[in-house]
Design a protein around this ligand. Sequence first.
Ligand code: ADP
Length: 381
Amino acid sequence: MTAPRIGVIGGGQLARMMQPAAINLGIHLRVLAQSPTDSAAQVIPDTVLGAHDDLAALKAFAAECDIVTFDHEHVPTEYLVELQEMGVQVRPGPHALQYAQDKLDMRAKLSQAGIPCPEWAEITSDADLDRFSAIVGYPLVLKTARGGYDGKGVWVVDDRDEALRVIKEIVASNTRVLAEELVPFTRELAAQVARSPQGQCVAYPVVQSLQTNGICHEVISPAPNLSDERATSAQEIAIKIAAALDVTGMLAVELFDTGERIVVNELAMRPHNSGHWSMDGAVTSQFENHLRAIADWPLGSPAAKAPLSIMVNLLGGDLGDLHLAFRHVMARDPQIKVHLYGKDVRPGRKIGHVNLIGSNIDDLKERAWHAANYLTGVIDE
Ligand code: ADP
């Protein structure tokens, strides 16, 4: 057996973190990146420069790959079909990826598959809005069907006038409008699975993720105070979605937990921020299982290595060079694992994360947050 040549489209930190797993599996990883300074381009020698929305660049890149996968969801679906027609394995395939690219398509598909979702509707007229608001009331949530990330493209509107203003703005950006009930959730969860083309599927422990202003700050695995029954049902939802949509590779299902029910927020078909804890906290990291899944190899165990894992994101702050703070953090807590993405520091930008495993939640939170805050310059002692 020869290992496949795997090409990743997009040079962000997710592609970067596939590289250590690829090295250990003996897989030759290539990346299509925008610039040689991209996070993944810095660590993958076989970097090709080009844009993810340039068909000629995609074709030239894919011609040298057996399997193509992704760092992000933004490659136009019709281009991926063309790559498939060249004989390249695209994983996940465009028939699956479309549901991670378009939130309206996703809502329609999941509802049809009997997956619990918030109340939703497509809004194409004032009458649609009035019909929907009569059901769910204000405030309600409006979203762009395509192109949103980290909370951009999501608005909570308090009344009809504000809704109409936002709808006009979304329509002007040339995408369809999705309306949802404002789910009174008490926390956000994520269920991750890896699925191979043969249909083998493994489920990671269900995690709790803390988002502030639409950006993930902290993930705890497994989610504290989640009953076994509810955890299993979240895993079953993720497995059912992976099978119904024929996802290959990692699938992250973001969920809202209201205390009474869990409903699906959105999907990501690639390694995801909610699974970074697995690099140090699981037998097989999400990056390794993504590669094993798209190569159609047997999957690794997703089991946790400790009772609890925590991940805290490093968001760009006052310190330009995180290495300045390294000695203190490393010396204070030799069990902390720091992962940096090689990205320039800009306020609020994800530039790395810290992982810690253990058994006491308060202790883990204190230590992981101290390290993250010290590294980003929020505190200096
Ligand atoms: P993005 O694609 O930008 O990550 P999401 O659809 O995940 O956008 O929404 C970002 C955040 O907005 C969510 O993490 C959640 O806090 C809030 N949100 C989104 N949809 C709803 C909803 N229907 N009800 C309540 N809050 C929501």
